[in-house]
Every structure is written in C-alpha cells, then in structure tokens.
Design a protein around this ligand. Structure first.
Ligand code: GCU
Length: 695
C-alpha cells in the first residue's frame, strides 16, 4: 500500500481471508462518510480508501453525507457536524478528551450498524483512523467496539542523524538518507509514505538532520561519521527545502525540527562570536528564528548537541549549559518553538557515567520553560543494557525528554535481529524512587507539554526502510510504546506481527517468539549479561565501528584485568551508584544486593567471585555460549516459516540470521578468550579457549 518500490511495512492491509469477518467489516466499513475539512482529514480519507480496499477486497464508497440505502457505514468527523456521532458520543466526552485523542465506537443509528471515529481535532481523528485500520488488520471484531485513546506522552519525536548534502546517515544501517537535499524542494512520494508510517504510530515530531552539525575539531575525531554541513540548513535557500518537507509532514500531524550548531552565528552568520550573553548573538538568533518561521509557521524548534564530542557550545565562552540554551530558547519563545538541549556531555571525568549528572543537576530550574533537556536512557551511550540515567530523577524543575536509540548502533546494526522494545520497557518501568516508591522513569517525562521521548531513527533509503525487515518492529514499537508507555511488549509485538506478516497463528507465534528472544541473546553474546558493555570495535570505517568485538580496546569500559572484571562505580569508585536515590543507591552499592544484570557495571569483582554456587567468570562463559545457542534457535524457528511468508522477506531475514549466527560465534569466542586470558580460570565445561574462533 506504499509506493511500489518500497516495502509496505505494517501498512500492508492484506485482504481479510475469513468470509464472515470480512462481511462484518463490510457492513460497517464498505461505506465511509468522512469529513473533508482539514489536511489531516484528507490524509485519513485517503488512508481509508487504500486500507479498506486492501482489507475488504473492494474500494469503499466515500460519501459527503450519511448514506441512506445501506446496512451500515463508517463515520469519521466531528461530533457537532454529524448526527451519527452525536448518537454515539457525549459532548462531555469530547470536551474532556486530549486534543490528540480519539474515540472509536460502534453504534446503531437509524437502523444501521455504524462505526464512528471522532475526536476534538483533525489530528486526533487521523490517529483514530489508523487505530481502526490496525484493529481490522489484526482481525479484531468491530461489532461492539468502544475505544477511547489519548497519548500519554506529549512530545513523540524521531531524531534523524542524517547528514544533509552528503546524504549519509550517522549510525544508519538502512542505506543513505531518505531526504534528497539536492533535489528538494522537489518532493518524492517516499516522503509522504514515511509521514504515513510515522503518523500511523502517533509520532508527532521529526528532527531532519544530525545532531553533529559540524566536523569535530578535536584530535582523533571520527570524520567518517560526523555531519559536516548541517548548520547550512539555516540558510534561506535551504529553508525552502525544509519548508517543502514540513508541508508533507504537517498534513500527517508531524511537526518539523532542525538540529543546529551552537556556533551558527559564526558559521551561518557573519559574527565572530556565539557567546550567549552577547547582544549581537541574541539578535542574530532572533532574526534567524523569525526567518525559519516565515518558511515553517508551525516549526517545532531546535535540537542542540553542545560541548559534546567536539561540537561547539557555551563552554567556549565560559558559560554554562543553561545560559547556553536560554539564548536560543528566547528566540524560539515568541513563536511557540521549543529547544531540545542534549545532556550527552562527557570528557573531563575518568568515568563518563557520572558526568552528565554533575553537569546538569546543579542547573535544575535555570532553563527556560521552552527548553527540554534531552537525556539518553543510560549514562554511557545506548549500550545493550545500562542502568537508567540518574539525571531523570535529578531535575524536577526542568522539562525532560528521554532519548532512545531505535537504530541498532550497538546491537548488531543492520544484521542482527534485536528487538529494542523490551529494553525500553525496562527503562520506562524502572522505579527511581524520586518521589517515593512508585516513581518509574516514564513518569518523569510524561504528561506535561514539552516533555516526551526522542528516538534516534533507523530509517534510510533502503527499499525496506530499516535495512533489516525485523528492525521495522523497532520503529513501530517505538511509536506505540511512546504513545502509551503502559502498553506491554506482548501487545505491541502482536500488533506489529499481525499487520506485517498476517494472522496465521503459527506465523504470529513464531515471529513474536523470535523477537521476544532477540534482545536477551544479543545481551548474552555481546556482554555476558552481567552488566558489562562497550566491548565493541571502536575505530575505522563507519560500518565496522561498534559492530565487531574488541574487548582489548577500551578496558576502561569493562574493567577486565588480571584481578577481576567490572567497574567500581560505588562510593569507593566513581560514585555513580550514589547518584541514585535511596534505596536504589543502597541496592547498587553492594554486590550482594546489586541486580545480577548490572553487577559488573557497578562492581569490579574477582573472576572467581561466588555467584550462587558458580563464579563470575563461569557465568560469563556460560552466558556467551547460551547467546549463540539462542541465535541458532531463532534462526531455526525462522526457517520453519519458509512456506508461510513471502519469499522475499523470508529469504532476507533467513540470510541475516545465518550471518548473525556466525557473528555471534565470533563475539562469543572473542569474549570468552578474553575472559580466559585474563582470568586464567578453566571453563568447567571445557569449551574455552575455543579451538576455532569462528567455528
Ligand atoms: C555516540 C555515537 C555517535 C553520536 C553520539 C551522540 O557517541 O557513537 O555517533 O554522535 O553518540 O549521541 O551524540
């Protein structure tokens, strides 16, 4: 149902095979009375036309008034304009509904079996339309439908790390950028399809370009991955290109944002300073923002990576992050724009985990209201598993956003199946105790305007959008979980599989099972699953970077040495544990109470430290071996689907699983050899050192 050359992802709308079910859908949906008012409703009508045609096997009739001589119909519109909706929904319900919320309800009206989709805004109704289509694609009954939905998170954004003009994507494993900046403002059909995918899962904001907007000037900076020209987007001729994209996204309820360079007044303007307290700098930002809003009246705002990994920032002028952020925020304020300011700052401390808390916690309350501090889920960098960032509970007076990585930088990139939803769920549910028991992370960035979640996107110009077909589940799951962090992983997975691969129970069970097992497997063979991390190769070409195992390279991240392994982050070490609130801090302080999965993140322990009758090193060996077996098992289960799904997708994923299995063995053998070399402790089961490293 998307443009021909590209995969349909979860918007396939395959014909409903069961005749009885199809007939019940036809009664209520073969005739559609849908409002045509705003642009989002135009998108909703078009989606219904495509979706219902696919699902019902014939094009629906679209009406401008309620159809008379039919058994039933679908009505999409506002309560005040449609009698059928008034019959189904009370005024008070609409009044109390969030402006992105919607109601789906079946109702009998004038002896007809109807379905209504309504809300208080066009955007809400667009979301409701997608919900209905999702419901039908999963073959759920419609005769007694009563759904009231509201987003639980206000800002639901994807961050593209796309480098305009060079077309590459930092940490992208799905080809080049989907945005063709050379040809813009010419619009490609792909942009519209992408906007549909985002809207269908409730994403309401997009940052078009990389947070790295300039080649870092620090020694050893990895030029291959850093965006060089992003700051140029602020130039007028390029704002026309931004405007063209914003027009497409706006129709789908998605606001457009840009990453900007802190030194833009120098780079894009003609000033010789970017000092936030300089009046000329203040005026430059105000003028520049005015210009942006001339092109994009509903522009969302800016995202800034400052004083981080070689990008310029307020430190260049001896100003702190709040002063640095506020000058941009003041420029955006009159237009209703927002500044996302990243907390990913490290460098001067020997354990980077502690640093963003030390930098930002003292600034709580000093950021303007339209600033959102964007915090990565963990204190290091999107590792397969980390404890949550301590900053979430340290800035009650500041708007916060949680930054997640949808793209699989550290979890097998474009090759390995690794479903991130369970990991995000773990982060969201973690009880910080910030406001007593029962203060999960998700509560610290939900509800309020200016708070939300940003996901580093995994989309590129690959015909399947995400490089690996199964990685589509990460994009889908991101949108769904962020819309409602209370959704459970199983529900999200089930929805995705049914829409993407159909409703055959064996297929649903197998694909869901494979996804379910994928993250634990990656944790096993890339980390040993006791809280180690960052044992990846860290040099060289962008595709090798963070993919292959290389535990010797950065011993500081895992602390592997003759006397043991792990990093002491307790009071006797870097003190990261102490940045949590009690009793969480207390629990992490002692290896006796520290959860197993984070043990070596917080503690440096002897190799033969006792773990329930086994030792640390033996557990690491075992977990690495188990991880490989889990991949073998996932591959075998996938292979059983050969005749149950289409050849193209089947083969693509099967080939990737073969490659993943080989690579998992390489990981296992490299890690267990490393552990063995340092620990000098034999494996009880005689597998280490392996004879043939990749065998
Ligand atoms: C990581 C990642 C970089 C990225 C950076 C960031 O270090 O490897 O590619 O630029 O995070 O989030 O800014």
């Amino acid at each position: 149902m998307l443009t021909d050359e590209y995969d349909d992802c979860w918007l396939r709308y395959d014909r409903v095979g069961d005749a009885e079910l199809r007939s019940s859908y036809r009664t209520r949906c073969a005739h559609v009375f849908a409002s045509t008012e705003g642009p989002e409703l135009g998108v909703a009508r078009e989606e219904l036309r495509m979706g219902l045609e696919g699902l019902l096997g014939r094009e629906p009739h679209l009406w401008m008034h309620p159809p008379r001589t039919v058994d039933g119909f679908l009505a999409v519109g506002r309560r005040e304009r449609m009698a059928v909706i008034r019959a189904a929904v009370d005024e008070a319900e609409i009044e109390s509904l969030h402006d992105e919320g919607y109601i789906l309800r079946s109702v009998e009206w004038e002896d007809k079996d109807c379905l209504v989709v309504t809300g208080s805004t066009d955007k809400g109704m667009l979301y409701g339309t997608y919900h209905l289509l999702r419901h039908l694609a999963a073959h759920r009954p419609v005769d007694d439908l009563d759904i009231v939905e509201e987003p639980r998170t206000e800002e639901r954004i994807v961050n593209h790390w796309d480098n305009p003009f060079r077309a590459s994507v930092e940490r992208g494993y799905a080809g080049m950028s989907i945005f063709d900046w050379e040809r813009l403002p010419d619009i490609r059909p792909r942009y519209r399809d992408y906007a549909r995918l985002l809207a269908s899962v409730g994403v309401n904001g997009i940052v078009l370009n990389n947070v790295n907007t300039q080649k870092p000037d620090r020694p050893g900076a990895n030029e291959a991955i850093a965006g060089k020209e992003g700051w140029q987007l602020l130039r007028s001729k390029n704002l026309e290109k931004v405007e063209a994209l914003a027009t497409v996204f706006r129709r789908h309820g998605v606001r457009t944002y840009l990453s900007v360079n802190y030194a833009a007044p120098i780079l894009a303007g003609d000033l010789d300073t970017a000092d936030p307290l300089d009046a000329a700098v203040e005026a430059w930002w105000a003028d520049t923002v005015d210009e942006v809003y001339k092109h994009v009246p509903d522009f969302g705002g800016f995202l800034v990576k400052a004083d981080s990994e070689g990008q310029p920032g307020p430190y260049d002028y001896d100003r702190n992050h709040a002063a640095g952020a506020n000058v941009l925020a003041r420029a955006l304020e009159p237009h209703g724009g927002r500044l996302y300011w990243r907390a990913f700052v490290y460098g001067s401390h020997e354990d980077r985990a502690v640093q963003s808390y030390e930098t930002f916690e003292p600034l709580d309350g000093e950021f303007r209201d339209n600033v959102t501090v964007q915090i990565k889920n963990g204190p290091i960098d999107f590792q397969p598993r980390e404890p949550v960032s301590t900053l979430f509970s340290a800035m009650p007076e500041t708007n916060l956003a949680c930054e997640l990585q949808i793209t699989q930088e550290y979890t097998g990139q474009g090759v390995h199946a690794c479903y991130h939803v369970p990991q995000w769920k773990e982060v969201f549910e973690f009880d910080t105790r910030a406001d007593g028991e029962g203060t999960p992370v998700k509560n610290l960035f939900m509800h309020d305007e200016g708070e939300g979640v940003a996901g580093v996107c995994n989309v590129g110009d690959d015909p399947n959008w995400t490089g690996h077909y199964l990685a589509q589940a990460n994009l889908y799951g991101y949108g769904r979980l962020v819309w409602n962090p209370d959704l459970d992983t199983e529900t999200i997975t089930d929805e995705w599989v049914r829409q993407t691969f159909g409703n055959d129970p064996t297929v649903v069970e197998t694909v869901a099972g494979v996804l379910h097992d994928s993250w634990p497997a990656v944790l096993d063979y890339t980390t040993g699953r006791l809280g180690l991390m960052h044992m990846m190769y860290n040099q060289g070409d962008v595709l090798e970077n963070h993919y292959n195992p290389s535990p010797e390279e950065w011993p500081g991240y895992h602390g592997g040495a003759e006397d043991g392994i792990g990093v002491d982050r307790t009071a006797s070490g870097s003190g990261y544990a102490g940045q949590f609130r009690d009793p969480v801090a207390e629990r992490y302080e002692s290896p006796e109470t520290c959860p197993r999965e984070l043990l070596l993140f917080f503690h440096h322990l002897p190799w033969e430290y006792d773990l329930d009758g086994t030792t640390v090193v033996q557990r690491l060996y075992d977990n690495c071996f188990e991880g490989v077996e889990a991949v073998r098992d996932m591959r075998d289960r996938w292979n059983e689907l050969e005749d149950a799904i289409d050849e193209k997708r089947y083969r693509h994923v099967a080939e990737r699983f073969d490659e993943q299995l080989d690579h998992a063995k390489l990981w296992r053998d490299t890690l267990v050899s490393f552990f063995h070399d340092h620990a000098d402790v034999p494996d009880e089961r005689g597998r280490v050192p392996p004879d043939d490293r990749a065998g």
